[in-house]
Design a protein around this ligand. Sequence first.
Ligand code: C2E
Ligand code: MG
Ligand code: MG
Ligand code: MG
Length: 291
Amino acid sequence: QDAARLPRRIQLYQAGRDDDHRRRIALIRDLRHAAEHGEFRLLYQPKIHVATGRLVAAEALIRWQHPTYGMISPAEFIPLAEQSGATRGVTRWVIREAVRRMRSWRLAGLDIGLSVNISALDLDDPDLVGFVGRSLEAEGIEGGRLTLEVTESAIMTDPDRSRAVLEGLRRSGVTISVDDFGTGYSSLAHLKRLPVQELKIDQSFIRDLSAASEDAVIVRSTIGMSHNLGLSVVAEGVESEEILTLLGSWGCDVAQGYAIARPMDAADFERWAGHRMAAAREQAAAADLTR
Ligand code: C2E
Ligand code: MG
Ligand code: MG
Ligand code: MG
């Protein structure tokens, strides 16, 4: 009521907060119908085998095309979904879409595995395992083609509960990947007791990586220990060729990042993958000739 007497700076700040608040309320309201209105879409980012450069899989990353606010990043709306009980609907849309995409790509000759991100709250969904199984079956896709990425902190919130869900997923052949590894407080020893097969080193350790940095010590030892435990290692956030080379020299299995490709819509991804695979075939043919 005394707003008129406040210094101008504070009034602007208040107005900004009101706008943020209004936006948050609107997004939470609209999130419930976004899937049925066809406002979600998936982008696909390649995961490549570091040693050979071959395309091995892709990560599906959700975007929300909001009718008035435009493109909304998952970093903004996934937390809102979690606060408002809309997580399950989002996750189910993503899983269905990714599995359908694998089928249509397979029919078009692009036979590739996809990983999708799930939320901490999905581990509370008693029918997650059933839903994943039914989705795979509906499209005739083997569980081994699907990877679910769960953040380290989500898994470690309640490791016993996580174990039950993850073991159920494993029985469908689904690969479990620990996302953003290194940002939580767990150790690899803890993770080893869970049915996980892949570990993604968080991009904060990768982005400014150089041979002599502290990050290098962390990354190299994580790769070494992961391999000793039988886990495959993915580096995310690879933004330069130098970093990719460094990771290769340390035996990192898979890499993902802007230096390789940005997340792309399905059509762009198909083109990118086509070029990549043609280049790999040419390389193999050239190697044959020189033998
Ligand atoms: P994430 O799973 O760790 O995904 C990696 C994020 O880093 C993605 O951001 C990706 O676009 C971005 N990225 C990839 N390469 C680079 C790089 O070289 N440099 C930089 N700076 N960034 C890179 P995005 O798509 O905005 O997603 C952010 C987060 O939102 C994801 O982190 C994931 O936690 C969550 N998310 C995305 N899609 C979904 C989804 O379908 N469901 C759920 N539950 N969460 C999702
Ligand atoms: Mg991820
Ligand atoms: Mg990550
Ligand atoms: Mg992340």
